[in-house]
Every structure is written in structure tokens, then in C-alpha cells.
Design a protein. Structure first.
Length: 237
């Protein structure tokens, strides 16, 4: 990811509607599937907005030194600089690994990364993934953040199985606003980037939309389509 994109993320991730929806969805699944005091790895923690919301046993990892430095300052948690392809942690260290929009990144070997996550999880540990949905939605934003891949729920379940995980929950989200996303990306390309605050009334409306979805997803209700796909897998044994 370009350094400028990290700076944009750092500036808005605690206020922007999309990040708030993402964080709510991830926290909802951790609440369903992990203990409150679980040792958690945020693998690809970016600038630390989500890491800040995790328990005191959480650790961050990011490939970029700039992101790691910003994440340490923002979250107060330890953050290691390293690659998700070769996690610098001992086998069985974590009860849960969260990775948001990292497998899609250029330079990430998705199969190898998932096997590394599997290695670092304790038995019955969970992996929680969020990824961009649908290859046909690729846009200027994907190119700016060096994100050449997008996913479907079925494809993500297959990837998890190949790495030794059993998928226990999958859903799309950003469903209500999906038609606007399609128009913006396919019919009105170019313009300002996606990582930015909207005018206050629009932010409030968009937050309400993803907030409604987050409440459904937290109860285990899967949504049929959307701009992102979320999956939970468990390491059996």
C-alpha cells in the first residue's frame, strides 16, 4: 500500500462509516466465537484503529514500518513488523487471528498466509477474515492500495478448507449501500478516493445502514451479497 493511503486511513478510520461497520462486524464475531480475554493477533493491523478496540492480550502485525509505528501509538498494543506469509510467532500462540483486507494485497500468498495463521493458532482457535467482494468490482481504489484480488463467499470457504480450517460462518456485508457502490465504481470511475469522510448527514445515513447490518450479522444472520465478504474458520483438533 502507498504511504499516502496509510496516512488517509490513520486520519479517518475511527470515524468513517465503512471502518465503523467493519470493526463492528469483526467485534461481533469475536464476541460469538472467542473468549473476552483471548490472545488475539491482528494480522495486517494497518494504522491500529481496530487493534485499539481489542483486549489487552491483543498483538498487531503489519508489513509496513510506517503503519506499525502509527498502530503502536494509536492502540498502545505491541506491534511487530513482519509478513503474513511468514508469521514471526511460535506455533499455537493465539486463540484468534483477525485479518482484514490483507489476503487480497499484492505480495501476499493467500494459501501460505492461511497456513501460517493455522500454525500460529491453538487447537480450536479461530481465524476471522474480511475481504473485498467480487472481481468485477475492481476499481481505481484497488489499484491505489495494491489489491489485485477480490473474493466470493464460496471461494473463501474453499481457501479456508485448503489451509486446514472448517468454515463456520460466512456473510457478505455493505449490502444496503451496494447499489450505490456499483454505480460509483463501475459507472462513475475516478474522482476522490474511497478512504475519506463524507458530509456529516451522509456519514450518519451510511453508519445507520451498516449498523443495521452489523446487528444482524452479530446474531449470526448471513447477508446474501455486498461489497465485502466476512468469514470465520476454526482449526479443528
Amino acid at each position: 500500500m502507498e504511504p499516502g493511503e496509510y496516512e488517509k486511513m490513520h486520519a479517518v478510520e475511527e470515524r468513517m462509516w465503512w471502518y465503523r461497520g467493519l470493526h463492528a462486524n469483526l467485534l461481533g464475531q469475536l464476541s460469538r466465537h472467542a473468549r473476552p480475554d483471548a490472545a488475539i493477533l491482528d494480522a495486517g493491523c494497518g494504522t491500529g484503529g481496530f487493534l485499539k478496540r481489542l483486549n489487552r492480550n491483543a498483538t498487531g502485525l503489519d508489513y509496513a514500518e510506517l503503519a506499525a509505528r502509527l498502530a503502536r501509538a494509536k492502540s498502545g498494543r505491541p506491534v511487530t513488523v513482519g509478513s503474513i506469509n511468514d508469521l514471526p510467532f511460535a506455533a499455537g500462540t493465539f486463540a484468534a487471528v483477525v485479518s482484514a483486507d490483507v489476503l487480497a494485497q499484492e505480495g501476499v500468498d493467500e494459501g501460505r498466509a492461511l497456513k501460517e495463521i493455522h500454525r500460529c493458532l491453538a487447537p480450536s482457535g479461530i481465524v476471522l477474515l474480511n475481504l473485498p467482494a467480487y472481481a468485477w468490482l475492481a476499481s481505481d481504489h484497488d489499484r491505489r492500495v495494491h489489491q489485485p484480488r477480490r473474493y466470493t463467499s464460496r471461494g473463501l470457504v474453499r481457501l479456508l478448507a485448503e489451509a486446514g480450517f472448517r468454515a463456520i460462518f460466512t456473510t457478505y456485508w455493505n449490502t444496503i449501500l451496494f447499489p450505490l457502490m456499483v454505480i460509483r465504481r463501475l459507472l462513475l470511475p475516478g474522482g476522490p478516493g474511497d478512504v475519506r469522510l463524507m458530509p456529516a448527514p451522509v456519514e450518519a445515513l451510511f453508519r445507520a445502514a451498516v449498523g443495521l447490518e452489523s446487528r444482524l450479522i452479530a446474531r449470526g444472520v448471513p447477508l446474501p451479497f455486498g461489497g465485502s465478504v466476512l468469514a470465520v474458520g476454526v482449526k479443528d483438533g
